[in-house]
Each structure stands twice: as structure tokens, then as C-alpha cells.
Design a protein around this ligand. Structure first.
Ligand code: PAF
Length: 279
């Protein structure tokens, strides 16, 4: 595997490749990321991964500094997956000057759910992803459904800018007890790790209630928030939304059996976890 940090060298290395499959990451790779690499391989060749902890998507009080950086271990894992190029730019490589041009997602998608609790997050994500796409010029790029809103925003961005990159969605990779794999799981104490799968259990309860025909969505969401808070979680939101645009379903949408998803973000101790489940 070639490890490349400069944009120019990356372009030289990938010149003439028409079927590149790309997986952008922030490193600290786990089985979830590796499943994205495997999916990428099924959709293109060569597979290119990136590791870049993107300062633009972290708020001032978030974990940019302490975000786990495990470069050597990541390289070994990617080599085993047969990744052709790892693009691992430094901040100077990717942002040689302050990144003043930004991608601003529309408010009705970018400022709800994660965007409400992490202002500027999707501006930072969209900007770096557009820039990475411009460097790698992939035919396809793989994003996990675990970051459901991120996936939708990137997909819409690719469509609206007519990018020549197809966005592929990968199912969430879960531990045996249901916890969605995430680099931030590493922040959990052993007691918190034992409690963490209850987020997914609560999402399942919400999904079951909606599937059983209940239409009092706000009540279901409130009960879910309360059951998390009884278990010492601080929930930012539990929200049942339409899959198509992440807006709340109307009574008519519910009657028409519109496809839904329940999404949640909640803090356990100091660790903020997100998860979702398609209903
Ligand atoms: O999901 C992530 O790891 C990041 O948000 C991404 C897409 C690599 C952009 O920094």
C-alpha cells in the first residue's frame, strides 16, 4: 500500500484510474471501517482510503485534540484489506491556506438533529468531503449508515454539484450486543461499555411501537428520552423521521406508510454516541 500525503503525488499515482472506490475516514479504524473497505472493493478498483482528522467539523468544545490517532495500527489493517493507496494528508497538505470557501448544506437538513447540537458540523464535513473527492476523483465513495444524516447530506451534495461520484451506503456494523461500532466507543469506561447497547435497545423499542401502528410519535419519542435518562444517559434527541428528507412525518405520511428512521444522540458520562434504525 502506498501512503501519500501530498495532493500532487496522489493525483500522479491515481492518474488514468477510472473506477476508484474511495473510503474517507478519520482513522482509529475498527471492523466497521474495514467493512466499508470490503464494500468499496465490490464497487470499484483500486480502493483508496483516507485518514484525516478534520478540524473544520469539530466545535470549539469538542474532542478534536483528544480524538484517537492510531496511525500505525490503521496502516496495518488497511494493508491487510488490500487497500491500494492511503491518502493521509497533514493539515498543511489539505488546507495550505485557511479554508475560506465552504460547502453550506441547506438549513432544513444541515441544522436539524446533529446539526442542531453540533453547529457547523455538516459545513465542516461537506467541505472536507468535497475537497477529498476533488483530490481522489473517485467513481464511487462509501459512507456508513451509522452517520445517517451525514450520508444523506453527502449524497445530496454529490447530486446538487453533479459530482461524478456515486455514493454507496454501508450497513452499520454492530458488536454482538448491538452497540454500533464507533471510534468514540474507546472513550467508554467498562461500566459505560456494558450500558452502551441500551441506546440501540431503545431505538428498537421505538421502532416496534411505530411498526405496531402507534401514531403518537412525540409521545413515543418522549418516553424513549425518559427511559434513557432513567439509565443515566443525557439524550440530545430521539427522533422518528422520514427517511427521504429527515423531516418529522405528518399523520398523512404515517397513514401512507412512508419509510421512516429513528435517530438518536445521547451522552453516557462524557461520551456522546449516535445511532439510528430504519423502521
Ligand atoms: O465519518 C467520518 O469519519 C468523517 O465525518 C468523514 C466523512 C471522514 C469526514 O471527515
Amino acid at each position: 500500500m502506498k501512503i501519500i500525503s501530498s495532493i500532487e503525488e496522489l493525483r500522479d499515482q491515481l492518474r488514468g484510474q477510472l473506477r476508484t472506490a474511495f473510503v474517507p475516514t478519520m482513522g482509529n479504524l475498527h471492523e466497521g471501517h474495514l467493512s466499508l473497505m470490503r464494500l468499496a472493493r465490490r464497487h470499484g478498483d483500486p480502493v483508496v482510503a483516507s485518514i484525516f482528522v478534520n478540524r473544520l467539523q469539530f466545535g470549539p468544545n469538542e474532542d478534536f485534540e483528544k480524538y484517537p490517532r492510531t496511525f500505525q495500527a490503521d496502516v496495518e489493517k488497511l494493508e491487510k484489506e488490500g487497500v491500494y493507496v492511503l491518502f493521509a494528508p497533514t493539515e498543511k497538505d489539505l488546507y495550505p491556506e485557511p479554508q475560506e470557501y465552504r460547502v453550506q448544506p441547506p438549513n432544513d437538513l444541515g441544522d436539524i438533529l446533529e446539526g442542531e447540537f453540533r453547529p457547523g458540523f455538516f459545513n465542516g464535513v461537506s467541505t472536507v468531503v468535497l475537497k477529498l473527492f476533488s483530490c481522489v476523483q473517485p467513481k464511487v465513495a462509501v459512507f456508513g449508515k451509522k452517520d445517517y444524516q451525514q450520508l444523506m447530506i453527502i449524497r445530496n451534495m454529490a447530486k446538487q454539484f453533479a459530482l461524478p461520484t456515486e455514493i454507496i451506503a454501508a450497513e452499520t456494523f454492530r458488536a454482538d450486543d448491538g452497540l454500533a461500532l464507533s471510534s468514540r466507543n474507546g472513550y467508554l469506561s467498562s461500566t459505560e461499555r456494558a450500558e452502551a447497547p441500551s441506546l440501540y435497545q431503545v431505538l428498537n423499542q421505538v421502532a416496534d411501537q411505530v411498526r405496531s401502528g402507534r401514531t403518537d410519535i412525540s409521545e413515543i419519542e418522549n418516553q424513549a428520552m425518559q427511559s434513557l435518562s432513567k439509565r443515566q444517559w443525557q439524550a440530545d434527541y430521539v427522533a422518528v423521521r422520514k427517511r427521504v428528507d429527515l423531516q418529522a412525518p405528518s399523520e398523512e405520511d404515517l397513514a401512507n406508510k412512508e419509510a421512516l428512521v429513528v435517530l438518536s444522540a445521547a451522552k453516557l458520562g462524557n461520551t456522546r454516541l449516535i445511532d439510528n434504525l430504519e423502521i
